[in-house]
Design a binder for this molecule. Structure first.
Ligand code: ZN
Length: 390
């Protein structure tokens, strides 16, 4: 028996060696995915939390925009630019529309146990006096800015995918998950794709929206200002395209926490559930629903091939996120820790808009779910833009 085992071991070692010898030239997508790193992803989230909740219309929000811009420049990302717009909060009239609470936002159907959700507005619920002071300045209406940069395609600089996350937050915490986790994901992708040895056929834009929490105003400002500029060479004959034609838009918002459904008493498991997954959503009522669904499956397939730990699933009720202003203009999808309507809307994330949305709240299993979303988007986009390594 022992001899047979030794022979089998030797045989399998030889087959493995042959496998390696016959393997095709290293897959550039796998090589790029390997440049993502859990500790770097965590460090970028930590860097964002130094500005507290980064609430729009405050000095801490403007300082965070400056810091993000500095980081993008340090990665060597091209054409770092800002969108400037004016934000005036809506004055709410007396009449409130009552929504059908048996259906989730986005059109999905609630299942199982639901726990309450809401936005914390009470500073005293933040027990850390230093963070309470950092988050104290209130928002003032007026000018806003948001930053983006671009990986310029070599053969089709006039076409691009837009990859986004929102850098503002609320709730008297650090907005670590909502949406430090998506912002850091987009920044890490900007870093990897901006490496001088990476070449892409088509362009990729990395956008860090502001004013998401007030109603998607930052991403809406981008669509309003830039939709008509798509694909125009400027100046003519220069080979430069300040706004390449949009091929797709991919949003990342709340990437880390999938601890399952609330228990009967409304509490949540303290650990990431073993079945945790990345939720890829498109909106079935969007004008570009067919294209968005196709894009979603490209991402699911990329996850299956390249993500190291957590799988991805696809569903049809994308809602309340920065891909919304794009969904009737271009195929648009969102990646998230859970479904926005039926799960987060049912209380699956107890830190959502709360003082507990802090870097220290999460452990490596949580951060790793965000990293797997980064691997998924990086792999899908690398294939879509024809990325190669020099
Ligand atoms: Zn968010």
């Amino acid at each position: 028996m022992k001899t047979i085992a030794v022979v089998l071991l030797a045989l399998s070692a030889r087959l493995a060696a042959q496998d390696t010898a016959q393997a095709p030239a290293a897959d550039p997508v796998a090589q790029l995915v390997a440049r993502l790193d859990l500790e770097r992803y965590k460090a970028t989230i930590k860097g964002l939390t130094q500005f507290g909740d980064r609430r729009q219309g405050t000095a801490r929000n403007r300082a965070a925009v400056d810091w993000i811009e500095q980081q993008l420049r340090s990665y060597g990302c091209s054409d770092v630019s800002r969108i400037t717009y004016d934000f005036q909060p809506e004055v709410r009239q007396g009449v409130r529309t009552v929504r059908d609470t048996t259906r989730a936002a986005g059109g999905g159907r609630y299942r199982g146990i639901r726990a309450p959700t809401g936005v914390n507005t009470d500073s005293l619920r933040q027990p850390d006096a230093k963070l309470r002071a950092l988050d104290a300045e209130q928002s003032t209406p007026g000018q806003r800015q948001e930053v983006y940069c671009t990986k310029i395609g070599t053969t089709h600089p006039d076409e691009m995918y837009i990859v986004g996350g929102h850098m503002d937050g609320i709730g008297w915490g650090e907005a670590a998950n909502d949406d430090g986790s998506g912002t850091a994901l987009v920044m890490e992708l900007a870093r990897v794709f901006s490496s001088p040895d990476v070449r892409t056929d088509r362009s990729i834009r990395f956008a860090l929206w502001n004013n998401e929490e007030t109603g998607l105003n930052g991403s809406q400002a981008y669509v309003t200002q830039r939709q008509a500029l798509q694909g125009k060479e400027d100046p003519p004959g220069s080979g430069k395209y300040p706004e390449p034609k949009w091929l797709g838009m991919i949003q990342h918002d709340m990437m880390m926490f999938d601890h399952g459904m609330p228990r009967a008493d409304g509490s949540l498991s303290p650990e990431q559930r073993p079945e945790a997954d990345v939720n890829i959503e498109f909106q079935s009522s969007a004008k570009f629903a067919d294209g968005a669904q196709h894009l979603a499956w490209v991402f699911q397939t990329a996850n299956e091939k390249y993500a190291t730990d957590y799988p991805a699933s696809v569903s049809a009720h994308m809602t309340n996120t920065d891909s919304r202003p794009f969904q009737d203009v271009v195929p648009a999808i969102s990646l998230r820790e859970n479904e926005r309507g039926t799960q987060i809307g049912a209380g699956w994330d107890p830190n959502w808009h709360q003082p507990t949305d802090r870097y220290a709240t999460y452990n490596d299993k949580d951060f790793r779910l965000g990293l797997n979303a980064a691997q998924t988007t990086l792999a899908a986009i690398a294939q879509l833009v024809g990325a190669t390594l020099k």
